[in-house]
Design a protein around this ligand. Sequence first.
Ligand SMILES: Cc1ncc(COP(=O)(O)O)c(C=O)c1O
Length: 473
Amino acid sequence: MENSEFRRYAHDVVDWMADYLENVASYPVKPQVTPNEILDKLPMSPPKCAENFESLFRDFRDIIVPGMTHWQHPSFFAYFPANNSSPSILAEMLTAAMGAQCMSWATSPAATELEERVMEWVRDMIGLPPAFTGVIQDTASTATLCSILTAREARSHFAINEEGFSREHRFTVYCSTEAHSSIEKGTKIAGIGKNSLRKVAVDERFAMRPEALEKAIVADIGKGLVPLCVVAAIGTTGSTAIDPLKQIGEICRRHNLWLHVDAALAGSALVLPETRWMLEGIEFADTFVFNPHKWMFTNFDCSAYFVRDPGALIRTFEILPEYLKTPEGERVNNYRDWGIQLGRRFRALKLWFVIRSYGVEGLQARIRDHMRMAQKLSETIRRDPDFEVLAPVPLNTVCFRFRPSRLSDEEALNRANANLMERLNHTGRLFLTHTKLNGQYALRFVVGQTTVQQHHVDEAWDLIAKTARELND
Ligand SMILES: Cc1ncc(COP(=O)(O)O)c(C=O)c1O
């Protein structure tokens, strides 16, 4: 592609992007395609000769877009938000144009130093103590794995990195039954083993029971095992339950365990001073992660990982072949040693663009508004005798179910709610996903899209209530 063509097509693409963002609400949130429908439209082999951009772009619009789920749709209330914003998209375009590898200071000094400064901003914005140092990871799953690996190495005096596991390294890891699956994945990958992960019982608010945690730790010590690490959740995926960090931290301190905090979704809410109670006990934490790529208007991927001891992190991951040696040595951060991957995208740029474009107050206003809308919805649901709210709503997620008086059998209620969700999602007018809380099928309504407004939530609720009553007739 000639540069003159690139310039022209780039304008076409940006026009499409601006139209898309302006009209995203007119798309069905979830595509109505069947498995393999897209695959059948794609040629079996790559083109032998160059194709022109017009036909490529036409196929993008005609084949790909109709098969996409529109995560930026204001009525996307499923899973968790992965909201973006215009400044973030613009930064991603610049990142793509520069195509820099940001693995060491020398490979892109500005990328390294911007990441350093932006992570200080983010740390201060969410009220983490200055003792934490930040680095951007691709996802919370990776950050949690890094934390478990660092805990493993610190506890084994870096022996497992050198020699592999020996008989004395019979580690156990702890999280609640409501914790995210990435903790189990991390425990498996770290060589500790899924069966050494203890899923600790939760209370009626779906938060970890500290007394059950301590009991499990003591029992494991009694069996000659080595309790290694607790992963506490600030905002579980299912219902945004908040584990009691202080009590968990005191237990970790008593029994010499590493404490990692997974705040993947909820961490963004910490920009609000009124939510800082969730951080009580943070002084006990070794590591902390949250995802600006979920609820801070920053394109996927951008996961903010904070560590108390960068030295332990670096010692866990550093490796220095001859071809990566640079003269700056210890005077600079070489982020290739702060995690698993060598090659790194320039992710700090979009976070910088977002924070400067919104300002801290702008971010606070938007996130506060999302929480207000979720609160209002939960009150509306509570007032409706045919529905019930199934979990506390501390942040932006409402878990509820349809519970008409004629249905009392739990199995029938689960089926009715699964059916309700299926019907709702089939309309294309909103998108919800579910979880199970105490075995009860719960619809999750997560408010967090960049452009969501009160009327989107109200319209969604009207549709939910109407569809449920039609089903019940
Ligand atoms: C609490 C929690 N932890 C971890 C994750 C995993 O996030 P990521 O996709 O960044 O690995 C999620 C995603 O939903 C989450 O909600």
